[in-house]
Design a protein around this ligand. Structure first.
Ligand code: SF4
Length: 323
């Protein structure tokens, strides 16, 4: 399967069957912390990147052979920004006709100012937008959105969506040391969240290999401070652990690529995720894939991650202290 993966143990959505309707790293933002690496070219146009029917037929196939651990959510996410797919509404409605499993969409929220995007997301049971900045300067520094995507339009989109949306709105705040973790930045984010009124606010920090080598996660102390400032709906997310469902994948190489393409991992995490193969088999497969140019190693914070070879991870560069 090319567009459906998992189920994946998710910090927010239990066992989540992933639906990825985009070619690798199709996004209109270029977040400094993006675990998929830098965005080579910012995509501005909504397009049917992958045929809707091809995606729905894979969902149908996955639902016909449910994994033993079950599926709690069907989640649109993966290789970029799902609202860039012009057939997202048709895919959501199509999945709803196939199953009663609730549907979630993980989005950067950048296109919520478009009425058609708001209407397409309406049948989803949960929408999870990013809210990493409470002012234009910080938004430019952390999300590095396409220039046409003004911060005020992003804010208006979030507020308009909340007004008309009856599902659960779960905001994610990704914190990067020195970029959006100062008290003043956190207060601006809190003020924006107060206007948006999400049902929950999930705080996380950059623990996956970031696009930029200088990106650092927050200390526990700063995370606790963030939770305090971001208000009563905010909670810290722990790390998700557990096995990835790879039932549709019989070849170890395909399973390793399918996992790493959406979730770069250390070798230890990869062993835990793909428990049905031995540590030796996984190590050998990863080395072969590296040799064949399908995987690459990225070092961040003294740890080695297996990443998709197409990911653009920048070494060096200057962090916020030098800007
Ligand atoms: S983190 Fe999400 S929104 Fe940011 S660049 Fe990566 S895919 Fe795009």
């Amino acid at each position: 399967m090319q567009h459906v993966f998992g189920p994946v143990p998710s910090r927010r959505l239990g066992q989540s069957l992933g639906v990825d309707p985009l070619p690798f790293k199709t996004c209109n933002w270029n977040c400094v912390y993006c675990q998929l690496g830098r965005t080579a070219r910012l995509s501005l146009e909504r397009r049917e990147f992958v045929p809707v029917e091809a995606v729905l037929s894979e969902v149908r196939e996955a639902l016909a052979a449910p994994p033993p651990q079950g599926i709690d959510w069907i989640t649109f996410a993966g290789s970029g920004e799902p609202t860039l797919h012009s057939g997202l509404g048709r895919m959501i409605r199509g999945v709803r006709e196939l199953t009663s499993v609730p549907i979630a969409v993980i989005t950067n929220g950048s296109l919520l100012h478009l009425p058609e995007v708001r209407a397409e997301l309406a049948p989803a049971a949960a929408v999870l937008p990013s809210v990493d900045a409470g002012n234009e300067q910080c938004y430019r520094a952390i999300n590095r959105a396409a220039p046409a995507l003004a911060f005020q339009r992003f804010v208006a989109g979030l507020i308009d969506f909340r007004r008309g949306y009856s599902g659960r709105l779960l905001a994610e705040v990704m914190l990067v040391a020195g970029v959006n973790d100062a008290d003043a930045e956190l207060r601006d984010i809190a003020a924006l969240l107060e206007r948006v009124e999400p049902d929950e606010v999930h705080i996380s920090t950059a623990v996956r290999p970031p696009a930029e080598a200088w990106v650092r996660p927050l200390s526990e102390e700063r995370l606790a401070r963030a939770a305090e400032l971001l208000g009563p709906r905010a909670r810290l997310l722990g790390l998700a652990r557990g096995e990835f469902g790879a039932s549709g994948l019989t070849e170890i190489a395909d399973a390793v690529v399918a996992v790493v393409m959406r979730h770069p991992m250390t070798e230890e995490e990869l062993r835990a995720a793909l428990g049905r193969w031995s540590a030796g088999e996984i190590e050998l497969a990863a080395k072969r894939l590296e040799h064949d140019g399908r995987l690459r190693e990225v070092r961040r914070g003294g740890r080695r991650f297996w990443c998709y070879a197409g990911g653009r991870y920048r070494e060096g560069g200057k962090g916020p202290a030098s800007r």
